[in-house]
Design a protein around this ligand. Sequence first.
Ligand SMILES: Cc1cc2nc3c(=O)[nH]c(=O)nc-3n(C[C@H](O)[C@H](O)[C@H](O)COP(=O)(O)O)c2cc1C
Length: 221
Amino acid sequence: MIRSLCFILLLCIMESQVTFASESGQPLKLPQPETRGDMSVEQAIAGRRSLRHYSGRLALADVSQLLWAAQGETHPNGYRATPSAGALYPLEVYLVVGEVAGLPAGIYRYRPAKHDLIQLGTADLRRELASAAHGQSYMQTAAAVLVITGVYERTRKKYGRRARRYVHMEVGLAAENVYLQAQARGLGTLLIGAFDDERVQGVLGLPDDHEPLGLMPLGPG
Ligand SMILES: Cc1cc2nc3c(=O)[nH]c(=O)nc-3n(C[C@H](O)[C@H](O)[C@H](O)COP(=O)(O)O)c2cc1C
């Protein structure tokens, strides 16, 4: 009895701190997300546009807020800022950093439960990422690029053939949250769906089952 309880406890701990083989860096704690702002939801919806001209840096507080809007936890039970079919959370969010105050260039994975980042690599990958997205050059000048990936298997286990549909819906929900959060902070973004999946996966060194589904350049306009 005690052995099985210990086993269940161990499984719970592993589940809440999923790490991958390539993640050796120190976690970088992000500032606490703000839940109050100066702009109403209506104003953010009305003003939102896709931005294709970027210049300037992001603050760490901006990055914290944008990641939280995409997939941050908003409930003690682990529920997140965006809805998820069966609360299975198939999305994994990565951040390609170029010019963020307090964050060295490189690629990072966001961990919602800890609201932190794990650095996976130190190269500035913005140029290669733009090239893998059919030369969409605005990714080179954005301060950072948020990469939304999907792990279909997490949803497929419960929902079978409908899983792909659900995962794609969730990407849309996360992306819109990022758009509105960017707007509310006087920043810009853009959801990019046109890219070469395999090249993006290769440039970023993503695990095979983390399929890139959306790229979002971030920064001031
Ligand atoms: C699923 C999806 C994929 C998109 N892919 C791209 C893209 O690859 N490149 C791009 O410049 N814009 C892309 N966009 C942005 C649209 O072009 C943009 O939303 C549209 O022109 C309307 O402009 P607005 O977002 O400013 O309202 C995409 C938008 C969506 C929803």
